[in-house]
Design a protein around this ligand. Structure first.
Ligand code: ZN
Length: 256
């Protein structure tokens, strides 16, 4: 009946598009009963609902507006509208689900389904501003990517979880993940692009490098390019990072 007080459930582990049977970026972080969603890319909503039988999550954080991180927000908005909001007694304010995201994410959500308007479903917070999310202190870190992408550091007493979203190599990662209990780090590539090209994604070896620099306790590799051999990625990260390395897999549950 009673599981650990804190856990992270992987909803999706692919970058770009979902491999057969998998999904794109998404995690459910549960801490003392508070359910925080981190990204909700293609194919993640049904997996989220499988872990939220009794109610929907308490807050959502979306790192950036690419659809492999936000497409299934639309499905969550519909579920919220037709269950939680429609169950509200007449005359009472219809509750909105806290959503921390970039302005571009909201525009994409609105383009997909303008009615009901996302602002009537979600209580929208600017992800660029540090804030509280349930038991967590949320600190954003702007990281190099094609679109504005904020890595998020989530701190509660006794627990720190850091998540990159998508990023190229950056010394900011050492601040994002400093001494984190769990560092969820994108590891899209296995071979770096040619020297001189701008960097908006990382190799698994680079994920290990920055996890070591930050002094993270555990490293969760994710956002694998579809078709990648993930054992190769894990070995590349292990060459750079001495701590425990986990490989994201749909349904993987990590006790924190
Ligand atoms: Zn992505």
């Amino acid at each position: 009946m009673s599981g650990p007080a804190s856990e992270l459930i992987v909803l999706g582990s692919c970058g770009a598009w979902p491999e057969p049977g998998r999904a794109c970026a998404g995690f459910l972080l549960v801490h003392n009963g508070f359910r925080l969603v981190l990204d909700l890319g293609y194919g993640t909503a049904s997996r989220l609902f499988a872990h939220c039988h009794d109610r929907l999550p308490d807050a959502v954080v979306v790192t950036h507006e690419h659809p492999d991180h936000c497409a299934d927000l639309s499905a969550l908005g519909r579920a919220w509208h037709y269950t939680v909001q429609d169950a509200t007694p007449p005359g009472k304010d219809r509750p909105r689900l806290p959503l921390h995201c970039t302005p571009g994410t909201l525009r994409r959500l609105e383009a997909m389904e303008p009615r009901p308007h996302p602002a009537s479903l979600f209580a929208v917070h600017d992800l660029g501003l540090a804030t509280e999310a349930g038991p967590f202190r949320l600190t954003p870190f702007l990281l190099p990517h094609h679109q504005p992408n904020f890595g998020v550091r989530l701190e509660a007493p006794g627990l720190t979880v850091a998540y990159t979203g998508d990023t190229g190599p950056s010394p900011i990662l050492t601040e994002l993940a400093r001494d984190a209990d769990l560092f969820i780090c994108e590891a899209t590539l296995q071979t770096p692009p040619p020297a001189g090209e701008p960097r908006f994604l990382m190799t698994a070896g680079e994920a290990g490098h920055w996890a070591a620099k930050a002094g993270a306790r555990r490293l969760l590799l994710t956002h694998f390019w579809p078709g990648s051999d993930r054992e190769v990625s894990a070995a590349q990260a292990a060459a750079e990072f001495d701590g425990e390395i986990l490989v994201a897999d749909e349904g993987l549950t990590i006790a924190l």
